[in-house]
Design a binder for this molecule. Sequence first.
Ligand SMILES: [Zn+2]
Length: 165
Amino acid sequence: MQEPSSSALGDEFDQAVRKLTGLPDTVSTRSATVTVHESAFAMTTQDWIIQTFRRSERHICKATCPTECREEGRVTKSTDVAFVRYMDHRGAHRFVLPNEVLDTIVRQRDALGTKNKRRAARETTRRRIAAGEDLGAALRDPKVQKKARAARKAKAAKRAARRVS
Ligand SMILES: [Zn+2]
């Protein structure tokens, strides 16, 4: 929670917005307003206003590139920051979510998706075994084995390509 500032220049939130606005290597989304109706006890309304900025560092081939890749302007690193304004019946708050926090949120959501997929797959296997199906039969099928080998190979190639770039 931030104290109201008497300064015409605002607080850290305003300063962070100002720092990113109009920079040539920075793009931003429009502000999006999300209204959430919370009704655990009584219907209350939350308004979230969210805007994300991305600042990019670009490759400068001439001066710094050891391999002269000629990929002038290729983005080498980008840093995101999200500005969040929250309002409810108790008042308003403003948050600056730095890149590390946004990364963590994305990673955690991905991890939950993976967890749910694994859980569903385990459940399917368990049900098929319980129904008396011979799961090993499919795995011993040469056609299935060939397909699995190809999939593993493609996956390894993809990983190798990611390491190079
Ligand atoms: Zn280069």
